[in-house]
Design a protein around this ligand. Structure first.
Ligand SMILES: *Cc1c(COP(=O)(O)O)cnc(C)c1O
Length: 376
């Protein structure tokens, strides 16, 4: 049996809508109603006034920071354990990302570590709702208020997750989403920023479209980007948004099934948790090896791979990226919790169409190899 780690799901409804865009030749990022429809519906779903589409999650973060006035030399406190796109976006602006270690259980930014990293150059905190569990935002916002910092949310893995009954992406100054093919909903490639700040929304709208002049189109107001989402992508994203409840539930059911089948290994594995103030979503089902398994990840994932099961390791944090260590920007050991997670956790196949038989096969093979290790 072959079980890939992720397969994008495209429904017949999705295909119909995309074909509508094709039939009208509304294929670029300038013409077609699906772009504004997707923005309006997404803003409505998240519970914010404004949403602006863009080309992907990385450009969403870049755009959010740029439209909020983050600039060269500014320091931004960033959760170290994330897709490196989060950090790259800060670096694109010439700003300086400062890695902050995470909590072991949620894998999100540890707000206790923030204050000691604040300097006169600090302008913002960029949190990541990693693997679908929301960040505990109240302490972050208290600190931001006290030190006059902006707060950005990277929501690329957490569409629909809630913190104290409010959706992520509505909890801070700007939220940033990705619609890459393995995310909770997809437009193939795609991104969105969400905000209640009209100035930021307007500027983001302008910046993502080359900052054409208002009176004289080719007399540009700014150094803009072409970060436009196409109407074709927006059609797919809009259609997927119409079914987001189903996709979230499906991933939740997959997580429950994994959990149910693996729970007797809780001596050796830590499973995803949900804080009492949180409604998390499952992006990918990630497990943390511990005790005698803590340094056996390669052995385990190799065995799964030999049996046709694809897995993926957790991210490598910013502080452990060789290109930045070499530049003297970070020290490997400055974020020990993130390092521990990065070395001991990985995720199992998680996608809409995975079936119960495949999940049982994955858990059976996982149990086989774990038994081998612990009885040796
Ligand atoms: C996927 C992801 C991104 C980048 O999104 P792209 O659409 O791939 O550019 C950024 N941050 C996190 C946490 C992600 O998972």
């Amino acid at each position: 049996m072959k079980v890939p780690v992720s397969i994008p799901f495209v429904s017949n409804d999705d295909k119909k809508i995309v074909n509508k865009a094709l039939d009208k030749s509304a294929i670029s990022g300038v013409y077609g109603n699906f772009i504004s429809d997707f923005e309006n519906n997404f803003a409505n779903y998240i519970g914010v006034k404004y949403a602006v589409t863009c080309s992907n999650g990385t450009t969403a973060i870049h755009l959010a920071l740029a439209a909020s006035g983050i600039k060269k030399g500014d320091e931004v406190l960033v959760s170290t354990l994330t897709n490196m796109a989060t950090f790259f976006a800060v670096i694109y602006l010439g700003a300086i990302p400062i890695p902050i270690d995470v909590e072991y259980d949620t894998m999100n930014i540890n707000s206790d570590l923030l204050v000691s990293k604040i300097t006169s150059k600090t302008k913002a905190i960029l949190v990541v709702h990693l693997f679908g569990h929301p960040v505990d935002m109240d302490p972050i916002k208290t600190i931001a208020k006290k030190y006059n910092l902006l707060v950005f949310e990277d929501c690329a893995e957490a569409h629909g997750a809630e913190y104290k009954n409010k959706k992520v992406g509505s909890l801070a100054d700007v939220g940033c989403f990705s619609f890459f093919s393995n995310k909770i909903i997809t437009s193939g490639e795609g991104g969105m920023i969400t905000t209640n700040n009209m100035k930021i929304a307007r500027l983001a709208h302008k910046l993502k479209n080359l900052s054409f002049g208002k009176k004289n189109r080719f007399m540009h107001d700014d150094i803009g980007f072409n970060y436009r989402m196409t109407n074709l992508q927006a059609a797919l994203g809009l259609s997927q948004l119409n079914n987001i409840g189903f996709y979230i539930q499906r991933r939740k059911d997959i997580a429950s099934l994994y959990m149910k089948n693996l729970i007797d290994l809780s001596e050796f594995i830590d499973f995803p948790i949900e804080k009492k103030w949180a409604k998390s979503v499952t992006w990918m089902y990630l497990i943390k090896l511990k005790g005698p398994l803590a340094n056996k990840r390669k052995f385990i994932t190799d065995y799964l791979s030999e049996n046709g099961i694809e897995t993926r390791n957790n991210f490598i944090p910013f502080n452990a990226q060789k290109i930045f260590i070499k530049d003297g920007l970070v020290k490997l050991n400055e974020c020990p919790v993130a390092n521990k997670l990065a070395n001991s956790s990985f995720y199992l196949p998680t996608f809409v169409e995975i079936n119960e038989k495949q999940i049982l096969y994955v858990t059976k093979k996982l149990k086989e190899i774990i038994k081998k290790i612990i009885t040796n």
